[in-house]
Design a protein around this ligand. Structure first.
Ligand SMILES: NC(=O)c1ccc[n+]([C@@H]2O[C@H](COP(=O)([O-])OP(=O)(O)OC[C@H]3O[C@@H](n4cnc5c(N)ncnc54)[C@H](O)[C@@H]3O)[C@@H](O)[C@H]2O)c1
Length: 328
């Protein structure tokens, strides 16, 4: 890759903080955007050692003036900043449109005006909804089963429209469910691990029948970088997937086995989603990313879970999570 100056939006978050570390390891200069707040808290960027090639800035992608200001001298933008929780999108959908759709518009407009900067826009497997066929390739219909999904479909189309209308070099990276160190306890895997690690006798979860295609965060980051590296991905939507499925119940059993736990499972009605909103089956086809970039995932679910569990088991990490409550 000849591009040297990267901007990562959402660098303060779960995937963005790992991507920041990966790009620094590969010798890139990284401008890492952390969401502005009055505490000057940089989220997970607080956990990353200082690096001469790392510049942390704070701000808000909802502001078009700010977006124009931060893309100066940038060669490539990894746009990950978003509101991502499905349950919160039921109660605050306006903010999802502002952040995910309008924020993406602001980033693309700034990239266009600042000299056609390469943009890797982040989508999600949630845009597909429950699989109509498996494995899900990029031609699968999109089904907005939640305001979150709808806002991501809107943001993906906004990003692609900048390729179609203005030839902005945009790729849409579409990760399937990603897990690993630092993930919010809203998500199923950290919810299970943190409750077991805190010594709970029983665990509260929602419906355990849905299946997911889980990806270890290091694989997801390599997928992003592979997409950025390949000009063949410009103007395309590209899955980052492991190409398998596992049910939530089997995931729970696997974690129990790896943590040597006999914890009991209790259904928490609060966590059950409306029937038409629950995505029952996700299994991603990764043929396109393999063909276009040569990328293939390296982590089995067992290997990824072992690394994840060992990170969460460290007291200094575990204490950062509110495992006893339902985080939306
Ligand atoms: N975690 C997954 O399983 C998964 C799967 C597929 C796609 N994705 C996508 O990957 C991206 C990163 O997700 P994540 O899991 O790391 O979530 P995350 O919530 O940890 O990270 C998103 C970050 O965006 C920042 N942000 C939110 N609003 C902002 C604003 N207005 N201005 C600037 N920053 C803002 C937040 O501070 C947050 O740290 C998202 O686009 C998400 O849709 C995630």
């Amino acid at each position: 890759m000849s591009k040297q100056q990267c901007l990562i939006t959402g660098a303060d978050g779960f995937i963005g903080s790992h991507l920041t570390e990966e790009l620094l390891k590969k010798g890139f200069h990284v401008k890492a955007l952390s969401y502005y707040n009055s505490f000057n808290n940089w989220g997970w960027l607080e956990s990353i050692p200082k690096h001469k090639n790392l510049e942390i800035i704070t701000g808000d992608i909802r502001d078009p003036h700010f977006c124009k200001h931060i893309v100066k001298d940038i060669d490539i933008i990894y746009h990950l900043a978003a509101l991502i929780a499905i349950p919160y999108s039921y109660v605050a959908p306006d903010s999802y449109v502002d952040t995910n759709v309008k924020g993406t518009l602001n980033i693309c407009q700034a990239a266009k005006e600042s000299g056609n900067i390469r943009v890797i826009h982040t989508s999600t497997s949630e845009v597909y909804g429950t699989a109509q066929y498996i494995p899900i390739d990029e031609k699968h219909p999109k089904q907005p089963q939640s305001p979150y999904s709808a806002s991501k479909i809107g943001s993906d189309m906004m990003a692609l429209s900048f390729y179609n209308a203005f030839n902005l070099p945009v790729s849409v990276a579409r990760p399937f469910n990603t897990y690993g160190p630092r993930q919010s306890a809203r998500a199923i895997i950290p919810t299970i691990i943190t409750q077991i690690a805190n010594g709970a006798k029983s665990i509260k979860l929602g419906d355990l029948t849905p299946t997911r295609d889980f990806n270890y965060v290091k694989d997801t980051c390599q997928g992003f970088i592979a997409i950025a590296n390949s000009e063949n991905t410009i103007g395309k939507e590209v899955n980052i997937a492991s190409n398998y499925e596992i049910s939530m119940r089997d995931t729970l059993e696997l974690i129990k086995e790896l943590m040597n736990s006999d914890i009991e499972f209790i259904t928490d009605e609060e966590r059950i989603r409306p029937a038409n909103s629950e995505v029952f089956r996700l299994w991603g086809d990764n043929t396109l990313i393999k063909e276009l970039t040569g990328f293939k995932p390296e982590y089995s679910i067992e290997k990824g879970l072992k690394e994840t569990i060992s990170w969460f088991m460290k007291p200094e990490n575990l204490k950062k999570f509110k495992s006893g409550i339902y985080n939306i």
